[in-house]
Design a protein around this ligand. Structure first.
Ligand SMILES: [Fe+2]
Ligand SMILES: [Fe+2]
Length: 312
């Protein structure tokens, strides 16, 4: 069966003697076999048996992933504070939960976004927790990128980089939250751009590039209409592709807010350091060199040096 029908889940997210409410599958080679149906609880014995068999991951139907997300979400604090798990494992759980959330939110009908906003806020609180450093989160997130998940992983990365930088600047919690939400939704407008164009490995035609260039405005207008984001988050959504030299889009601004300036740095850095189907991820140093040399004039040098210092 096609692997795209299944989502990989981390064994430790299943709490013994609880009811995940989804069918759990095991993968053998390229085949998936049912381990447990949705009506049966996951038991301590299951956990022992799977752990003894060195099983680290199970699989759930992609169509059931939102039930699983809700299950993880209701246990997330408990999972992230469980010191029986290594920090690396807790980090992996947080990253996987974050990417799944964002995927669900981007794929959900727009009217559901309002209900999902509180979920995003609680996610950002976990990301901002002192347990995790942005370095560690980013390397874990990077390993989750697959063809289908790039936009979701990228959104979580941009949000995490931005909030980490603002946190270093001792920004008050309310603004940190707005920045985090702006980062998570910055590319929301891409839901209106055909996937074929977003993934195209070759040079884009003028009309394709025009369609890509529409995403900041489309995202901004859709989210503005829903009335759920405040001005800081909307500014990030609309202006994250503006460049200081005025050659950015959608408006070619030269006066850009600090939020949008930092968003554009986080955005480009995340894109350069992530594997894509058409090119390998660049290392941190190479990406930062390109941003300060070849892309000179695009970014605010003060914030770019602050960003590099945070990563070093
Ligand atoms: Fe964008
Ligand atoms: Fe982006």
């Amino acid at each position: 069966m096609d692997g795209e029908l299944y989502n990989q889940i981390i064994l430790e997210t299943l709490i013994p003697e609880s009811l995940p409410g989804v069918s759990l599958f095991m993968k053998h080679g390229t085949n998936y076999t049912l381990y447990k149906g949705p009506d049966l609880p996951f038991t301590e014995r299951d956990k022992q048996r799977l752990t003894n068999g060195q099983v680290e991951y199970l699989f759930v139907f992609s169509s059931e992933i939102s039930n699983y997300n809700l299950y993880v979400e209701s246990n997330l604090s408990e999972l992230l504070e469980n010191e029986d798990f290594s920090l690396g494992k807790r980090q992996e759980i947080l990253c996987q939960a974050s990417v799944s959330y964002v995927q669900e939110i981007f794929d959900a009908p727009a009217m559901n976004i309002k209900a999902n906003l509180d979920r995003c806020k609680s996610l950002i609180k976990h990301i901002l927790s002192d347990h995790f450093s942005p370095h560690q989160l980013m390397s874990t997130l990077g390993s989750l990128v697959s063809h289908n998940s790039y936009t979701y992983v990228h959104s979580v990365q941009v949000s995490s980089y931005m909030t980490a930088l603002y946190k270093l600047r001792n920004t008050e919690d309310e603004i940190l939250m707005d920045v985090g939400i702006g980062g998570l939704f910055h590319d929301y407008g891409k839901i209106y751009v055909p996937q074929m164009i977003l993934d195209k490995p070759d040079k884009l035609t003028c009309s394709e590039f025009e369609q890509i260039k529409g995403h900041p405005n489309l995202g901004h207008d859709a989210l503005d209409q829903l009335g759920i984001l405040n001005p800081i988050a909307l500014d990030i959504v609309r202006n994250h592709h503006e460049k200081l030299c005025g050659s950015g889009y959608p408006d070619g601004l030269t006066e850009i807010s600090s939020y949008a300036k930092i968003a554009s740095i986080a955005d480009v850095y995340s894109a350069l350091t992530t594997n894509r189907s058409y090119r390998q991820a660049l290392t941190k140093d190479v990406a930062l060199d390109i941003m300060s040399d070849q892309m000179k004039g695009s970014f605010d040098t003060y914030y770019l040096s602050m960003f590099s210092a945070m990563l070093n």
